[in-house]
Design a protein around this ligand. Sequence first.
Ligand SMILES: Cc1cc2nc3c(=O)[nH]c(=O)nc-3n(C[C@H](O)[C@H](O)[C@H](O)COP(=O)(O)O)c2cc1C
Length: 386
Amino acid sequence: MDPALVHAAVAAAAGIIRTAGPRGDDGGMAPVQAPPRSLLAPLTIRGRGRSVTFPVAALLAPMDGITDPAFRGLVLDLGDAGGAVTEFLRLSSAPIGGSAIRRELGLRRPPVPVGIQFMTPGVDHLAVSVQNASQEGADWIDLNFGCPAKRVFNRCAGSALLADPGKVEAIVAEAVSATDLPVSAKVRAGIDDDAHLEEVLDAAASGGAAMVTLHARLRRDSYAAPARWEWIARAAEFLRARHPSVVLLGNGGIDSAGDARRMAAETGCDGVMVGRAAFADPFIFRRLRGGPPAGPAEAAGFALRYMDAVLAPGALRGGAGKVKQFVRYTSAGGFFEGREEERVALLRSPGTESIRTFFSGCLEAPAPDAPSPLVDGTESPEGRLP
Ligand SMILES: Cc1cc2nc3c(=O)[nH]c(=O)nc-3n(C[C@H](O)[C@H](O)[C@H](O)COP(=O)(O)O)c2cc1C
């Protein structure tokens, strides 16, 4: 993704996070019938031949320009997330080949399932791309029906397909027929309104999707718009009634482990995907398991591993920009709490050496005091995006 767009979207998180998610004024959310499912229980999705089990029902969301193999691998290495989806690979005039898929999956296999995400305007070249992904070791196939970017929308891909449930069904069915891996769909609630939400869910499920992730915003919404969790509750109710085998992940506006628990409890979704909050604090998945927040030394260790990975010879281009992007948004370890001027100075410094020096200096910092226990559904105490 264009770095300016990444910046705009992630920066919007600060606004979102303060307003996102229904907190008592949920505007008529449907009552949840089934008892909420624990996010800490394993979650399985089934394909025609193979199934995938996420050890916990909290996944790292795909974020183009952020969740590259380096960042994703390091988050999964922490051992607390249930799985992850790659940044999207866009189909146009040819199938996606094995080398592009290998590059996106990363050379080193993380210990939990990783799905490869394709974005396509139609079925052309999809079957071969899916077969290539299967051969390259993708654990499942995710299809993008949510990308709002103009250049994607104008080419009738991503969120543009929300206007054409028939095409959503055909695309999912094509992917399902090409593989025995599970296939999932990631959707928004609509383009300009939520009138067709159920139709889109029905289309994805009828096409054979084993899982749907609902990002609870419209295409027209900015990332700063509040996520409408009542749409996730509606989707849960619809799928439970019409397609009970389809797993639903809720997404949008989760800023803390407490938010994730509350989303599951309030909407009845089977699991969650966490995006920007996991970029700010990759230890959010440990918090969800009741573990402690990262102290400065542990978070600095993560930061230095990330720097090593993105600046390594042969790594993707733009490593220095990624390091600065990380510094701009990180909140783990509380390095910059009450010291924003240090963050600004690092962002202004040329190159990345002063950033390395800064994080290296944090390695000796003492661990934080023992955390206070978290109670399901309550606000959690961890940090917010800057
Ligand atoms: C910079 C950025 C890039 C994104 N790239 C993708 C992508 O490649 N595929 C996708 O399905 N969603 C993508 N998304 C959407 C996220 O997966 C997620 O749905 C969205 O950020 C809402 O979740 P959050 O509030 O937890 O961040 C992206 C979001 C951001 C901010």
